[in-house]
Design a protein around this ligand. Structure first.
Ligand SMILES: [Zn+2]
Length: 222
């Protein structure tokens, strides 16, 4: 029997911790009371505190997945002395979850988007105005002499500074990183589910989804 442990794993106890990989490690039941653990994640897997690539473990071994998450193998795969926290009957009950924390998740992501769009527009506006100013200043060299040079100089220096300012604009990598961070938090609050929310923003979530289409848990705003 093989079990994949991770946020999208096949283990008994769901994992929603975003610091755990979708497929973090593989557990093979050797049938003799031992299990083989294989790391599948760039974030690393530890068995009883030791970094492993592939190691034999028992049901009471503690697995650390990534920097912070740890649990006993028995808890994760639902065997051994320690009982898994989720029983079959509780999965069928309709649970209710407060989703008000998602408002902050959405707002901080969205506010950053607005802020970046605004600063981008401001930079474009300043660059446009400086371009026009410089074009207008250059001909004044012929009839204003030194003053014309100064005006043109101001325009050129201004253009240079606005070009330097472009460095503060978010890079594609930073944007992707921010999006990933949001996606990891924008999930069903039911720890047994943890799937990505269908609604693209908080208002749609409140308006169109009073429950999770996957686990059927109810969403309320407290
Ligand atoms: Zn759900």
């Amino acid at each position: 029997m093989e079990i994949i442990i991770g946020r999208q794993g096949t283990q008994k106890t769901p994992i929603t911790d975003p610091t755990v990989s979708r497929k973090h490690c593989k557990v093979t039941d050797n049938g003799d009371g031992t299990f083989t653990i294989e790391n599948l994640s760039s974030l690393g897997t530890k068995v009883d505190g030791v970094d492993i690539v592939r190691k034999t473990a028992n049901i009471n071994s503690i697995l650390q997945l990534g920097p912070t998450f740890s649990a006993s193998l028995g808890d994760l795969i639902g065997q051994g002395n320690s009982q898994p926290q989720i029983s079959e009957s509780s999965l069928n009950e309709t649970k209710t979850f407060d989703i008000s924390h998602l408002k902050e998740v959405w707002e901080s992501f969205n506010n950053k988007n607005i802020q970046i769009a605004n600063s981008q527009r401001q930079i474009n506006l300043i660059r446009g105005l400086l371009g026009i100013f410089t074009m207008g200043a250059m001909p004044t060299i012929f009839f204003l002499g030194p003053i014309g040079y100064i005006l043109t100089g101001i325009g050129v220096v201004g253009n240079f500074y606005s070009f330097v300012g472009m460095k503060n604009v978010e890079t594609a990598e930073e944007k992707q990183c921010r999006q990933d961070e949001f996606d990891d938090k924008w999930i069903c609050p039911n720890p047994d589910c943890g799937r990505s929310l269908i609604a693209r923003n908080y208002r749609l979530l409140i308006r169109n989804y009073q429950s999770c289409p996957y686990c059927k848990c109810k969403y309320v705003e407290k």
